[in-house]
Every structure is written in structure tokens, then in C-alpha cells.
Design a binder for this molecule. Structure first.
Ligand code: ADP
Ligand code: MG
Length: 275
């Protein structure tokens, strides 16, 4: 946040801020992060010194032109990849120096992922898809099923738990994916273009789920979108340009997906249509 950066950055370095015992650790701190990819002899500078803080309970939209470094940032935040240079503190822990196995463990415990293409297993029921992240952590069958049902209930799909993905609409599949992202009680949910494959009403429904999780359960969310309309459901917007953060601002009056859904005309079934 601008205000905080300008104020606190004057007295604390980023490392001090990330680990300060009185402030409590910021949930996420990126400190001068660089990411360089090598393609043969060519170096691609995907990130060129990005620094940012995200606190618990925030709802952040990440924007920027194609190629500006959004997905690279999400991959680093999600412990799928490591910075070439710079640090990443997650929950006060410097994760930029961990091994692959250690990263995988942190990823399973602390990060929930939602993707543009839903990424559900196609021959597997909604319930089993949601159970999957718990399987990696060795959660016992009974508890797995209970927690998966609970997560499906939160996204309003408990009664569809035995359906296969191809028996669900796109919006429903994305809600199953959100339920899957929730089950290990992550510190943050990372969503890369989660409404990219959805029509506008369904997008509002999915944003309603994210807003409820953020507001009612204080779940931290960082969501990449190239749609300015979608970014307005977040409370803060970070814009990338050429591998750096170009701007970072609070949304004055975030849109309320719930209010908009009430006012949107329902999708009519054939027999309900006007004569
Ligand atoms: P965005 O998500 O904002 O479109 P990316 O983070 O995917 O941007 O990409 C930033 C830059 O890094 C782009 O120039 C892209 O081509 C390059 N890039 C991303 N991933 C790789 C990779 N695995 N190997 C080589 N170059 C990559
Ligand atoms: Mg991308």
C-alpha cells in the first residue's frame, strides 16, 4: 500500500518489516525480486526488481499487459518457482532459499491455487477433486471427506458432490476448484485469470465466492486479471509493467458481487420465458 510504504519504509528496511515482531510478519513480502529465464543464449528478464507487501485478509488484483510478469510473480508467490535474485518472505519465513522439496511442502500447506482452466481431474467426482490436496498431506479418509464436503458447501455445491466435471457448468467447475483451493486452510489463495473462461454473469458469481471468502473468513486472495471490471471487486490493485510494479492503489469503492447478482436478471428456463 502506498501510504504504508512511504511511511514505514522510511524507518524499516523490507527485511525488518517482514520479520518485525511487533508489527507481526506481513503475510507476503517480496524484496527486490528478479527472475531471469534463459532461452539458449538469450536472457529474458521477467521480473526486474519487484518489491511488495501483502497483509493477512487483503484482496488484491494483479494487472498489467501480457508479458509484464504477472504469472511469474504468481509462480514465485505460490512456491512453484524461485527468484533468481531477491527474497520472498511468506509468513515471516524466507522461502527464497528453500529446496524444491521444502517448497513443495510449504506449497501444499499454505497456498491454494485457482486457474483459468479449472484444472479438475475429468474422471473424478467433484468431491474427490476437492479431496486431492489433502491426499498429499496424508489426511485420513474420513476427515478428508468431511473437509471436502464442508468446502463444497461453502461454495454452494454440496449437492453436486458426486457429479463429474463434465456434468457441471464452467462456473460450477470453477467453484469446485475454489473449494479444492480451500481445504488445507491456506494462508493465501492465488488465482490466475479465474474468470478468463467464464461469461459475465458467471464471472460475477465466481467473484461473489471470492468476496465472501475474503469478507467472512478473512482469507487472503491475490487474483490476476486483465479485465478492469473484475479488478474492481478487489480492495487493492497492483499493476505490473516490464517486470516491475508500476502502481499500487486501494480501490475506493469495491464492487459488490452479491449486490449485483440480486439486480442481474436470472437466467430463465424455457418455460419461464415471457409469452
Ligand atoms: P504475464 O503473466 O504478465 O503475461 P509472464 O510472467 O508470463 O507475464 O512473462 C513475463 C516474461 O517472461 C515474458 O516475456 C515471457 O515470455 C517470459 N517468460 C515467462 N515464463 C517463461 C519461461 N518459462 N521461459 C522463458 N521465458 C518465460
Ligand atoms: Mg500470465
Amino acid at each position: 500500500m502506498k501510504g504504508r510504504d512511504s511511511l514505514e519504509a522510511q524507518v524499516l528496511t523490507d527485511t525488518e518489516y517482514a520479520t518485525d515482531p511487533l508489527l507481526g510478519p506481513a503475510l507476503i513480502t517480496l524484496e527486490h525480486v528478479h527472475k531471469t529465464y534463459h532461452m539458449g543464449d538469450v536472457e529474458i528478464h521477467a521480473l526486474r526488481g519487484a518489491s511488495l507487501h501483502i497483509d493477512r485478509g487483503e484482496f488484491v488484483a494483479i494487472m498489467g499487459a501480457s508479458g509484464s510478469g504477472k504469472s511469474t510473480t504468481m509462480n514465485i508467490l505460490g512456491c512453484l518457482d524461485k527468484p533468481t535474485r531477491g527474497s520472498y518472505f511468506l509468513d515471516g519465513q524466507d522461502v527464497s532459499k528453500l529446496t524444491r522439496d521444502e517448497l513443495a511442502d510449504i506449497r501444499n500447506r499454505k497456498i491454494g491455487f485457482v486457474f483459468q482452466g479449472f484444472n479438475l481431474l475429468s474422471r473424478t467426482s467433484a468431491l474427490e477433486n476437492v479431496e486431492l490436496p489433502m491426499l498429499y498431506l496424508g489426511v485420513k479418509t474420513h476427515e478428508r471427506i468431511e473437509r471436502a464436503k464442508e468446502a463444497l458447501e461453502i461454495v454452494g455445491l454440496k449437492e453436486r458432490m458426486n457429479n463429474m466435471p463434465n456434468q457441471l457448468s464452467g462456473g460450477q467447475q470453477q467453484r469446485v476448484a475454489i473449494a479444492r483451493s480451500l481445504v488445507n486452510h491456506p494462508s493465501i489463495i492465488l488465482a490466475d485469470e479465474p474468470t478468463g473462461n467464464l461469461d459475465s454473469r458467471t464471472s460475477v458469481e465466481v467473484m461473489d465466492v471470492f468476496q465472501r471468502l475474503n469478507r467472512e473468513r478473512n482469507i487472503t486472495i491475490a487474483l490476476v486479471t486483465h479485465e478492469p471490471d473484475i479488478a474492481q471487486y478487489a480492495r487493492r490493485v497492483i499493476v505490473f509493467k516490464d517486470g516491475r510494479i508500476k502502481s499500487d492503489y486501494l480501490v475506493k469503492e469495491p464492487r459488490s458481487a452479491r449486490d449485483e447478482l440480486v439486480n442481474l436478471p436470472p437466467l430463465l428456463d424455457d418455460d419461464e420465458e415471457d409469452e
